[in-house]
Design a protein around this ligand. Structure first.
Ligand code: MG
Length: 367
């Protein structure tokens, strides 16, 4: 494949409200947009770590350094001819999965554009529409949580996910069930509990949740298996599900009944698809999670989420849900709880160069 240029742009867009989970809080969203120009077409990807070690140890700065120092030189030297070749090159390094995802997904956009089809079709999906779920962070008071949910539910989201941590779980769950009745509801703990909390976590069964996402530490597959045997609610793994081998092990150990697949966490679309396929074979449903990413990462997750074993609404939400602005055109919109990918090829959304410039922190090109 003839690669003419790779461009990195680090952007920062303010959030409409701070996002707090059990690990920390952010008020701005950083993303590194990766543009790969080849034979008259530009493919776009996004590397989207949260700042400040919010979700993992990866930061925008460390991911930038990985792209510049570990990944782009190899791609320019070897000039890969296929997505498989790109992945072999990336997997031969110890770069962060966020950096790999940013570069790898740009090649998928290129590939789909060259095939003159939308990305979801290149991935193996048949429909360009996907259900969207609302995710809300931890709020200072239960009343603030309820009013946030009420405000966003008007957009028709198909389920609600609330973040929980020790001391912020039963009370908000009682309040949400009391206020909104039997809406499809789930919780995400981002690893906030330990095996000492197993009896406490049993009480979550009373709320008839769709799933309990990542209650324990990411390495603790055994603890998750013990908990899954104690509760009726399905356990869903997120942080733990870092690659196919770990997901296979978690399924064999009965540590979960559902898997959240994130393109950023697993290092790109090919690995995400592999995990989707192995879960499908094992009869384990999956769904598509987000960091949340800016528009390019978001729409690529929406494309991925159209594959057949994605059985729950995705975390991809309207651009306006999280960001004061977004770097794509059109913006992502949720209507009646659905994201409908517009007609087009590749990502089917365009990166806006003026918006990139407006939110740019730094930019670098490689020939
Ligand atoms: Mg999660």
């Amino acid at each position: 494949m003839k690669i003419e240029r790779i461009t990195l742009t680090h952007v920062r867009v303010p959030l409409v409200e701070p996002f707090k989970i059990s690990n920390g809080e952010v008020s701005e969203k950083d993303g590194i947009l990766v543009g790969v120009a080849s034979e008259g077409v530009v493919g776009w990807g996004e590397a989207s770590p949260m700042s400040g070690g919010f979700y993992s140890l990866d930061t925008p700065e460390s991911v930038w350094d990985d792209l510049v120092g570990k990944l782009i030189p190899g791609i320019l030297r070897k000039r890969p001819n296929s997505i498989g070749d790109v992945n072999s090159l990336l997997d031969g390094t110890d770069a962060s999965p966020f950096a790999k995802a940013g570069l790898e997904t740009a090649f998928w956009d290129l590939e789909a554009q060259k095939l003159n089809e939308p990305l979801f079709r290149t991935l193996g999906g048949t429909t360009g529409s996907i259900e969207s779920g609302l995710a809300v962070g931890i709020y200072p008071t239960v009343n603030k949580l309820l009013s946030a949910i009420e405000r966003y539910l008007r957009e028709g989201y198909k389920r609600v996910k609330i973040k929980v941590q020790p001391g912020w779980d039963i009370e908000p769950l009682l309040a949400v069930r009391g206020e909104f009745g039997r809406i499809p509801l789930m919780v995400d703990a981002n690893c906030a509990y330990t095996q000492k909390d197993l009896d406490h976590l049993k009480a979550f069964d009373d709320f008839e949740l769709l799933m309990i996402e990542q209650p324990l530490a990411k390495e603790d597959l055994e603890g998750h298996a013990t908990l899954q045997a104690m509760v009726q609610t399905p356990i869903c793994l997120d942080e733990s599900a870092k690659d196919s081998a770990t997901v296979r092990k978690a399924i064999d150990m009965k540590s979960c009944r559902i898997v959240n697949i994130k393109i950023q966490r697993v290092g790109g679309l090919m690995h995400a698809k592999d995990i989707h396929d192995l879960c499908a074979q094992a009869g384990v449903p999956v769904w598509a999670g987000t960091m949340p990413e800016l528009g390019i990462g978001g729409v690529q997750t929406a494309h991925l989420g159209t594959l057949s074993n994605f059985a729950y609404p995705t975390d991809v939400e309207s651009s306006s849900r999280w960001f004061v602005d977004d770097i794509i055109e059109p913006l992502i919109e949720v209507k009646n709880g659905l994201i409908t990918i517009p007609p087009g090829t590749g990502n089917c959304y365009t990166v806006s160069e003026p918006k990139l410039k407006q939110y740019e922190l730094r930019k670098q090109s490689f020939l």
